[in-house]
Design a protein around this ligand. Structure first.
Ligand code: SF4
Length: 343
């Protein structure tokens, strides 16, 4: 008999599952706490459940966990990239980002990705499958296990995969991250980053969750953006910006536009002026980050001076723009670098 994947259940679904096997629904809260606050990996460790209940639970539910195959820690900033093995032997990468003011985990949402962004190291490997809610949750549990003293403050869906291409499972995991009996991470501390999947932006706008939305823009010119982010051919800038405006109107939340600066591609003063025109008046901010050099991609980062001109041009136009420092570049854990090399 196939067992139910325990960590892919919401608390309500677990209550229903418990009722069906004759267990008290309130035990769902206990089980959630054991799984997500204490990070146990077996029912035997849930010591406040009667032995008989534990045995019954074992026959009906399965508790997944990831196996750490390898890790690399940055000498520059302590960023650590993990290579995890899933139960079907597929692998994913997850990045731990400790900083002074916050500690974040950068999560993958899929095994591989189908979107083929030209600057992205994940793209050439293609798409394999969506991650289950339990597997996304296991990324956090595994990183927490590796870093037991870290106080986790933020989660960002910016690893491998397009979160809106795995919408249901990602949102299910987000709700468990947010659940006070589980991880109790405030929705505002969870960021979902999309390459511009309009139906996902529309759905998120109706969720009633205060998660942060980041949209990878990378150019305000359809021709250039279609080269960098091919899904732009399906969801061109006019439609994408329209969807973002509707999202802001509906949620009253700020959107972050992510913008990877690439020399001679999208980082000139003229590019900044075009970007400022495109997003002027929107409740948004722009996070720029210099391209991380990936061999064989043929792109280069702009100089510091070019970056400064780009940022100042945006700011002069009234756009809130910051330059984000890429983390873990020496271990290929920076933006767009996951899967560049074997760990
Ligand atoms: S940047 Fe994101 S959406 Fe684009 S190919 Fe890479 S993982 Fe996929």
């Amino acid at each position: 008999m196939n067992k139910t994947d325990l960590k892919s259940l919401s608390e309500e679904e677990l209550k229903e599952g418990l009722k069906r096997i004759g267990e008290e629904p309130y035990r769902a809260r206990q089980i959630f706490r054991w799984l997500y606050k204490t990070s146990v990996r077996s029912f035997d460790e849930m010591t406040d459940l009667a032995k008989e209940s534990r045995e019954k639970l074992k026959t009906k539910f399965h508790i997944t966990h990831l196996v750490t195959l390898d890790s690399k820690r940055s000498k520059l900033d302590g960023t650590t990239k993990y290579l995890f093995k899933l139960e079907d032997s597929n692998t994913i990468e997850t990045v731990f980002l400790p900083e002074k003011s916050r500690t974040a985990i950068c999560l993958s949402s899929q095994v591989g990705c189908k979107y083929g962004c030209s600057f992205c190291a994940s793209a050439p490997f293609g798409f394999v499958r969506n991650l289950l809610p339990s597997e996304i949750i296991d990324e956090v549990l595994a990183v927490r296990r590796e870093n037991p003293r870290a106080v986790l403050t933020n989660l960002v869906f910016m690893g491998i995969g397009e979160p809106f291409d795995n919408y249901y499972n990602v949102m299910k995991a987000v709700r468990i991250f947010n659940d006070e009996d589980a991880f109790n991470i405030g929705a505002r501390r969870i960021t979902i980053s999309t390459c511009g999947i309009i139906p996902g932006i529309e759905r998120l706008g109706g969720e009633g969750l205060q998660v942060e939305l980041a949209v990878s823009l990378h150019s305000a010119d359809d021709r250039v953006r279609s080269e960098l982010v091919p899904i732009n051919k399906k969801y061109p800038l006019k439609d994408l910006i329209g969807a973002c405006k509707k999202y802001i109107d509906k949620t009253n939340r700020v959107i972050t536009f992510e913008y990877i600066l690439i020399k001679d591609v999208n980082s000139s003063r003229a590019d900044a002026i075009q970007l400022a025109r495109l997003i002027k008046g929107m409740k948004c901010k722009v996070n720029t980050i210099s391209y991380n050099q990936i061999k064989a991609k043929g792109y280069n980062p702009p100089s510091r001076a070019q970056t400064a001109v780009f940022l100042n041009t945006l700011r002069d136009s009234g756009i809130n723009a910051i330059s984000r420092k890429s983390k873990g570049e020496d271990i290929d854990a920076g933006c767009g670098q996951l899967r560049i090399s074997e760990l």
